[in-house]
Design a protein around this ligand. Sequence first.
Ligand SMILES: [Zn+2]
Length: 83
Amino acid sequence: MACNGEVVMVLETKRNPQVWKHFDLCLMSDSHEMARCKGCGKFMKATTNSTLKKHTDRHCPVTKAAAKKSEGGESSGTGSSKV
Ligand SMILES: [Zn+2]
C-alpha cells in the first residue's frame, strides 16, 4: 500500500466536531496532516470536511452503520410523546 509515511503523532483539532469525532488528525512523518477514520482506519486528506463527512455518511462500513443505527433506533421509553 502506497502510504505517505507513518503517523508521528495524533493532533488535537478544533475543526467541526460533527465531522471530526469520527476522525483523528494525524501528523505524518513527511509533515503532512492526514485524517484517519476512527471506524475503519482509512487515511484521507484532512483538507476538506465535506470529503470526510461523505466518507462517514456513505462510504465507511463502520461509521455509516453506526450513524444509521442512532438515527432510526432511538426508542427510549414507551409511548412518551412530548409536543
Ligand atoms: Zn471509515
